[in-house]
Write a new protein. Structure first.
Length: 226
């Protein structure tokens, strides 16, 4: 059943992505002030929202593990974070490409960019910490605590361009101020839906790997106990 879900989500997400990219880069005209590079918004924003969605899943599962000590929640949390990291990296890279064209610089340490980079590094630390802890319960517990702690950075990322008296080069929240043409909304929404489908397929693949790893660890502990 899980394999069928992976194939369905992956194929559906891929087909919709091809159709949406055709709409974005062939059908829609370039942005009036920025030209074709302005269309980076269709990848940059959905990637960030997808990442935050799966970080949220990881936080919920981490809390559930701390309460129940059920390792299935730990498996879902680490799988979600690994996939969310990919989309955070996509967000950072596309933002850097856009900045190079519009600002003339690849990176600037303003609050939005810095807090997003901090988010990526915090969860990278989560992934690097796990192999360093051999005991399963301790590893899952420490991971859950770090996942919840790291999520505290996400509200800062979201609010960075909304705080008063904070200088930032990052664009204003055009999605909320009506700065996006009405014809851009369907591809934006479709882009988010597509990435959520692909991310779900990747989480299921990673979850299967994590389940197999736990079974191997269990067998290894049984052999050592004999």
């Amino acid at each position: 059943m899980r394999d069928k879900a992976i194939y369905i989500l992956g194929i559906l997400g891929t087909l919709l992505m091809i159709w949406n990219l055709h709409t974005i880069f062939v059908v829609l005209p370039g942005e009036a002030a920025q030209g074709q590079i302005g269309k980076m918004l269709f990848i940059h924003v959905p990637a960030a929202i997808t990442a935050y969605s799966y970080y949220a899943v990881a936080v919920v599962c981490s809390i559930a593990f701390l309460v129940t000590k059920n390792f299935k929640y730990d498996s879902v949390a680490v799988s979600s974070i690994e996939v969310a990291q990919v989309f955070t990296l996509v967000n950072l890279v596309t933002g850097s490409l856009w900045g190079h064209v519009i600002w003339g610089i690849w990176w600037t340490w303003d609050l939005r960019l810095t807090s997003q980079f901090m988010c990526f590094m915090l969860y990278l630390g989560y992934l690097l910490m796990r192999p360093a802890i051999a005991e399963a319960t301790q590893r899952a517990t420490m991971s859950a605590i770090l996942a919840i702690f790291a999520a505290a950075d996400i509200p800062l990322v979201v609010m960075a361009i909304r705080l008063h008296n904070v200088r930032t080069q990052h664009p204003a929240p055009v999605l909320e101020t009506g700065g996006v043409d009405a014809t851009w909304w369907p591809p934006l929404a479709t882009g988010y839906f597509v990435l959520m489908l692909i991310a779900a397929a990747l989480v299921l693949v990673r979850l299967r790997q994590e389940t197999v790893r736990r079974e191997i660890d269990s067998l290894r502990r049984e052999l050592h106990a004999m």
